[in-house]
Design a binder for this molecule. Sequence first.
Ligand code: ATP
Ligand code: MG
Length: 331
Amino acid sequence: MKKRILTGDTPSGKLHIGHYVGTLENRVKLQHEYETFILLANVHAYANDFRQAEKINKSVYEVFLDNLAVGIDPEVSTIYLESGVPETYELYSFFLTMVMLARAQRNPSVKEEIQYKKLNPSMGFIAYPILQAADILQFQTHLVPVGEDQLPVIEQTREIARDFNETFGETFVIPEAKVGRVARLVGTDGKLKMSKSGENAILLSENEETLRKKVMSIFTDPNRIHPTDPGRIEGNPLFIYHDAFNTNAAEVEDLKSRYTKGKVGDIEVKEKLFIALNSFLEPIREKRKYYEDHPKISKEILMEGTKKARKVVIETVEKFREKIGINKLIQ
Ligand code: ATP
Ligand code: MG
């Protein structure tokens, strides 16, 4: 039997190039080697604010299309809707009792997000890593492709699994995280993380016009006022993006060398980045359009995927109930 992957995204907006290098690329690469489940995490989005349900539902479709657009093959991988598998809530409610409040509040992913998004966090938000533990453990997952910001969440998941196994005997596979080739892609505003909740993302569904606008407004070296000033490469979003998406390595080296010597303007560096990103996005746009134009096929993929995922989850939940002994009460 193949080992399993579980990974996914919160439908809080469209996916961006940070998702690509952080996790999507790994999903696409590994989908043949692992039995892959892709989670459309709408319950996670509701945990932020379920009163925004309509907006969230729209994003579910966008995130679904984004996954297919980058090359998730629905014949090979299973894409499913979190709320379509209500058994997850059962695991979640038990897991909640296994994590002390102080431990949950200490989770660096949670702390960082509260700060970054300036949240007044609900109980649901503080507990989102525990819901995520249920998402992961219910598939007996071996590998979770994620960006670096999610590592503490996977650590918490491992703790829950270990803790449960120690008490009740081998029940859950202990999952491992797999971080992409860029662990955390910087935002176009120079902030530490490109984020779909921020205003600093280049989307995978960007058209040429909006892509150009965004590339032209990327934050660069703030100390470089004239093109003749020597510029800084390190930490400069322009060059981080060139390194990640420009397949012409010689061109990137040439730009870097001229930039540090003050022999190239930002405009040329941006123009070349636009060309590189545009050709990276071209096939993604095309695939996205195919699924946009075939809503029946898309719906079928999601319905079938959710059914299949639920079947696998029910197996784990049955095992879980046996272990803790609640089945005996009604048998
Ligand atoms: P939000 O701002 O709503 O939290 P997000 O952009 O962080 O959105 P998520 O749905 O939370 O997106 O994350 C989906 C996956 O993409 C996670 O594995 C996360 O680690 C990864 N990821 C998100 N942003 C980046 C980034 N800038 N670089 C690398 N990986 C990322
Ligand atoms: Mg996030």
